[in-house]
Design a protein. Structure first.
Length: 122
């Protein structure tokens, strides 16, 4: 009769994924799917959902979009790192999320009033 030793039981317990950690992984995957789906016209064709973008703000919109996409991908990477037990690398990459979040706010704060100014009909 074979039985589980305390060492093998500990290994099995280590392999279990914490539901809280799994929540963030699922949330990150869903966020990536919804972001890619919602901005597919922009990603694939460079067009905004409402039509043509004003040429004066295109570089700012692209910078804002790159920062946001980078943040979503960083969120996914961070979630994967925690689920796979690579906490140290997670902590090294962590500040990048803060930098990207600041860039999103800064570019968004610039793009929003300029888009209203150059395209008030939208």
């Amino acid at each position: 009769m074979t039985g589980a030793t305390p060492a093998s039981a500990a290994k099995i317990a280590e392999r279990r994924i914490d539901p809280d950690r799994l929540f963030y992984l699922v949330a990150a995957v869903m966020m990536l799917i919804f972001t890619a789906g919602g901005f597919r016209r922009f990603y694939l064709h460079g067009r905004a959902p409402w039509g043509e973008m004003t040429s004066q703000i295109v570089p700012l919109v692209v910078a804002h979009g790159l920062a946001m996409t980078g943040w979503v991908l960083t969120f996914l990477l961070q979630s994967v790192l925690i689920v796979t037990g690579r906490r140290k690398l997670h902590m090294v990459i962590g500040p990048l999320g803060g930098v990207l979040a600041a860039a999103i706010v800064i570019f968004g704060s610039i793009v929003a009033p300029l888009s209203v100014r150059f395209s008030p009909q939208v």
